[in-house]
Design a protein around this ligand. Structure first.
Ligand SMILES: Cc1cc2nc3c(=O)[nH]c(=O)nc-3n(C[C@H](O)[C@H](O)[C@H](O)COP(=O)(O)OP(=O)(O)OC[C@H]3O[C@@H](n4cnc5c(N)ncnc54)[C@H](O)[C@@H]3O)c2cc1C
Length: 444
């Protein structure tokens, strides 16, 4: 028998769960479908942001790896339970354990976790199925006991002695530092000639130097040629500067990005279109190509952050209950952080990106060693760099690699969003000693 619901949320992610909770507060009926009872609350709390940062912090505190992973498991279990009850205890919400696939524009078949299946229809459907790791095509590369993604890396029974990481992006480097802090010997392979994609090159160089000083081996310009897993190790053949080399590791972590989770959603049975990159195609109000079906979070191909999924919720909520004006086109200022030590954070354009936009920006730089608070914290590594529009003196972008960068970047984002001139940040009275007071000197 087909059951009909006013609202169906497919996937218990950030945007979807926040929307379900809000709909419940408006006495609306909601069905939330989640394929795994280990994923209530979504990626961030179970296998993403929170467990990874918890492991990073406990590594810095010197906890042994096994104790830290136990604490991580305890924390995620508590959060998962809290998230489940946040929705399941609402009288108008039903949480259904199963994997959903569309069989029509507003019809889903749910393969239930307990066996069997159920057909449901929804007046409004919200797709919030997140993203899944990308596995590059390299001979012999397939997930296994010793070839893993970030998810399995965080629940290894023991710390790997020799860890290889494929990908020198944000997740790759956070895990490199984290495992290094637990005593693993870490090698990062990346085919680019700099780490961290389009990060300001002088900052990326400082990061690379600090990683090397910490004993992390970074193999830039290196291509994996083949991978072979045996019972007790992973053999990696890679090419660097024209030479082919072989190295053995206990574990290979593949951190080469995540793609929207659409492959098994049955979208071919609907009018919902995909982009060329496999994301659900949405307009700037997150509407798909089928009326009354929206897509929120990583699955719609936007920036892959929890706070973007949350902002997607605000956009949808505004359409359903507000004036409908909020859209992704207002979203020009999106800061992001990589939780290294010291942390790295940025917002807006890099110098090169500003130049590509036809601007010749004013560039301000300050080394962290000039900041009294950095001295107090006994970590004087890193730098600040800000890019300013020479005409109106507004900030076009900033990159901070220094203590407290992940907090400070929000100050820059606020200044950008509020169209403040850089002189205001320069002449502000800041508390002392803080990293924020560095802005007095940065913009001198
Ligand atoms: C290791 C790691 C670290 C990260 N660190 C950060 C960070 O520090 N800060 C930050 O902002 N972001 C971080 N991210 C990214 C962040 O976790 C994601 O952008 C965010 O969680 C995406 O949320 P979402 O709403 O798109 O959906 P998700 O939270 O991914 O939820 C999707 C849910 O849908 C379920 N699902 C999928 N398909 C189906 C189906 N067919 N039927 C039923 N259910 C289904 C999944 O099981 C999952 O629970 C990190 C990610 C990773 C992997």
């Amino acid at each position: 028998m087909t059951k009909h619901y006013s609202n169906i949320v497919v996937g218990f992610g950030k945007g979807g769960k926040t929307l379900a909770k809000f709909l419940a507060s408006q006495h609306e009926e909601v069905l939330v479908i989640e394929q795994s009872n280990q994923m209530y609350g979504g990626t961030c709390i179970n296998v993403g942001c929170l467990p990874s940062k918890n492991l990073i912090l406990n590594g810095q505190k010197g906890l042994p790896f096994t104790e830290a992973t136990e604490r991580r498991a305890e924390m995620t279990a508590q959060l998962r339970n809290k998230n489940y009850h946040m929705l399941a205890d609402e009288p108008t919400v039903t949480v259904l354990d199963g994997q959903a696939a569309f069989t029509g524009d507003h019809t889903l078949q749910v393969a239930l976790t307990t066996g069997g299946s159920e057909e449901v229809t929804g007046e409004r459907i919200f797709i919030n199925t997140g993203a899944t790791p990308i596995l590059p095509t390299i001979p012999g590369l397939k997930l296994g006991k010793r070839v893993v993604t970030s998810t399995e890396a965080m629940s290894q029974p023991d710390r790997p002695q020799r860890l290889a990481i494929l990908g020198g992006g944000h997740i790759g480097l956070e895990f490199a530092e984290m495992f290094n802090s637990y005593g693993s010997e870490v090698t990062v392979f990346d085919h680019h000639d700099q780490l961290l994609g389009r990060t300001e090159p002088e900052v990326a160089k400082l990061v690379a130097q600090d990683l090397a000083d910490d004993g992390i081996h970074v193999a830039l310009n290196s291509e994996l040629v083949k991978v072979a897993e045996s019972a007790d190790q992973v053999h990696i053949t890679y090419r660097q500067k024209g030479n082919e080399r072989v190295a053995d590791f206990d574990l290979l972590l593949v951190a080469t990005g995540r793609q929207p989770n659409t492959a098994s959603l049955g979208l071919e049975n609907t009018g919902i279109k995909l982009t060329s990159r496999g994301a659900v195609q949405v307009d700037d109000h997150l509407r798909t190509t089928v009326p009354n079906v929206w897509a929120l979070g990583d699955v719609n191909g936007g920036p892959q952050f929890t706070y973007i999924s949350l902002d997607d919720f605000r956009i949808v909520k505004d359409q359903l209950f507000g004036d409908g004006k909020r859209s992704t086109s207002d979203r020009l200022v999106v800061p992001h952080s990589t939780f290294l030590t010291p942390p790295l954070a940025s917002v807006g354009f890099t110098e090169q990106e500003a130049q590509e936009q036809g601007k010749e920006p004013l560039v301000f730089k300050l080394m962290a060693q000039a900041i009294p608070k950095a001295r107090v914290m006994e970590d004087q590594r890193g730098m600040f760099k800000a890019i300013v529009d020479p005409q109106n003196h507004e900030i076009l972008g900033a990159t901070i690699y220094a203590d407290e960068a992940h907090e400070l970047i929000n100050l820059f984002a606020l200044a950008m969003k509020g169209h403040l001139k850089y002189e205001l940040l320069r002449d502000m009275i800041y508390t002392h000693p803080t990293m924020a007071e560095a802005l007095n000197d940065l913009f001198k």
